[in-house]
Ligand binder design. Structure first.
Ligand code: ATP
Ligand code: ZN
Ligand code: MG
Ligand code: MG
Length: 474
């Protein structure tokens, strides 16, 4: 990829989130992640090119120096900042505009700074020949996997119903989604295969923005916001069949039709419990209780057959959960500390850089949050450390996990190809896999310091909405 010879015809629309738009290269396994900002500001960008460059460099630093050490290097690809020709960016923005979902168009792509984040394309990890079975990638945005136990929590309901489930009621009440998702993060993070299976089934039924499937780099399964269309499970089954055709023996012919879906979920559960790649997922050294339930999850506690010892300590979910749990005070306990820092910065504006409020996100930043005293000594240092911890936890509550199922490379592949019954059965059991998989974490942006007051207001709105309507909705 030569940065001075960029051609918009080599790139296509790949997807977007709330903060960035992603385009992928048509030949090499690369994506460009460009910033977005509110459409109202499209005439005058909210920041200079230099500030945009700094913002993206901060993302890279935060991911590589802070999140990677907390989540595990093997899961992280931090990428690099690139400077693109403005004409290329302008043409690109015109080219992708008509493919963007309408509900995302309240924001526009940044065409002024020429800066972008260049990352490996995790949905198309290697160049695959069109004659071979393409890689299958599953993106899960798991959200917060624990119930707060902070003494600062003022509403009892927050210790019984998880944030995601309460937020669902709020989103339906505000028309963001037509139907509530029955996915509950506490089931996914439980470490119990049965509960995880249940959680993933609900992600498939109502993906919203928590679940997507890519085949050969192309999104083949996702939700459309505000849309009432029921998703096409048959078409999903059709896509999955070549990968998951020969699972366990199914006698019942009705079950036969759905078997690939069960094997698919089984594969995901295995990948999420494993150490992250190709090793068949030997599960040992489980940590945590795995006994916490959310009262809003439709799972029947009495019917959980096997108690769970929690997540294996080398699994991606364990690492994400541990990082999320750096939020020890809950937003209600954190907010007064935020205020302490804010007051201090008003009195001593120059302290902003020493306290690393807006970075740099380097080892010193990581050290600040890891060496936080357990008791509040009334200092601004304590308050800053808790705020840093909270912001890191927020990032971990918002990241996505990408699980890629990779057909074997040519040397490994025998004449039977990947649809060989024996090899696939080996793969689905705990014997060495017939084709490999990898697990990555993406979307590890630092959350701004001044987003904290907004978090408190949102928390209050979600809880009061739930208390008002929660019991009443189906
Ligand atoms: P959010 O609203 O979740 O915060 P965001 O605006 O921060 O999203 P990302 O989640 O980083 O943006 O990217 C948007 C989407 O683009 C992702 O959900 C994913 O589908 C896709 N994507 C991002 N990075 C990559 C990558 N390296 N490889 C493949 N696809 C990617
Ligand atoms: Zn829940
Ligand atoms: Mg995202
Ligand atoms: Mg994000």
């Amino acid at each position: 990829m030569e940065l001075d010879k960029m051609d918009e015809n080599d790139w296509k629309y790949h997807g977007e989130g709330n903060k960035s738009l992603v385009v992928s290269h048509v030949q090499i396994s690369r994506v460009l992640r460009l910033l977005k900002y509110p459409a109202e500001d499209s005439e005058n960008p909210p920041q200079t090119a230099e500030q945009a460059f700094r913002q993206i460099q901060n993302i890279v630093d935060f991911s590589s120096n802070v999140m990677s050490s907390l989540l595990g290097e093997k899961f992280i690809h931090s990428g690099e900042v690139v400077k693109l020709p403005l004409e290329f960016v302008r043409q690109l923005s015109i080219k992708v505009q008509h493919q963007r979902p309408a509900w995302r168009c309240d924001k526009v792509m940044d065409i002024y700074s020429g800066c972008a984040l260049c990352l490996p394309n995790l949905t198309s990890p290697a160049l695959h020949q069109p004659t071979h079975t393409p890689p299958l990638c599953i993106e899960i945005k798991p959200k917060c996997g624990f119930l707060p136990s902070s003494k600062h929590v003022s509403k009892d309901i927050k210790t019984k119903v998880c944030r995601f489930c309460m937020h669902q009621h709020y989103k339906v009440a505000n028309g963001k989604w037509k139907r509530r998702s029955l996915y509950c993060p506490l089931d996914l993070f439980s470490g119990s295969r049965q509960r995880m299976h249940f959680a993933i089934r609900h992600l498939i039924e109502e993906p919203q923005n928590n679940f997507k499937i890519f085949k050969g780099g192309q999104c083949i399964y996702s939700s459309k916001e505000g849309s009432d269309d029921s998703l096409d499970l048959n078409s999903l089954l059709h896509h999955l069949r070549p990968y998951f055709m020969y699972g366990n023996n199914r006698i019942n012919s009705h079950m036969m039709g759905k078997a690939p879906l069960n094997d698919f979920i089984q594969f995901l559960v295995n990948a999420l419990l494993s150490g992250g790649g190709g090793d068949g997922g030997l599960v040992m050294d489980r940590r945590g209780e795995g006994r916490s339930f959310c009262e809003a999850s439709p799972i029947n506690k009495e019917r959980i057959r096997h108690g769970s010892q929690g997540l294996p300590s080398d699994s991606v979910l364990f690492r994400i959960l541990q990082t999320q749990m750096l939020d020890t005070l809950d937003i209600e306990g954190l907010h007064p500390l935020y205020r302490r820092v804010e007051q201090h910065l008003q009195d001593f504006p120059k302290e902003r850089s020493r306290l690393q409020i807006d970075g740099p996100y380097n080892e010193a930043f990581l050290e600040k949050l890891q060496k936080c005293p357990t008791e509040d000594d009334g200092s601004v240092e304590y308050a800053v450390a808790k705020v840093h911890q909270y912001r890191v936890a927020m990032t971990a509550k918002d990241c996505s996990v990408m699980v890629a199922l990779l057909p074997s490379t040519e040397e490994e592949e025998d004449d039977e190809g990947i649809s060989s019954p024996r090899r696939l059965r080996d793969f689905l059991s705990s014997r060495p896999p017939a084709f490999s998989y990898s697990v990555s974490i993406l979307d590890l942006d630092p959350k701004p310091f001044d987003s904290i007051p907004r978090q408190l207001r949102l928390d209050q709105k979600i809880v009061s909405c739930y208390l008002r309507t929660g019991g009443a909705l189906p």
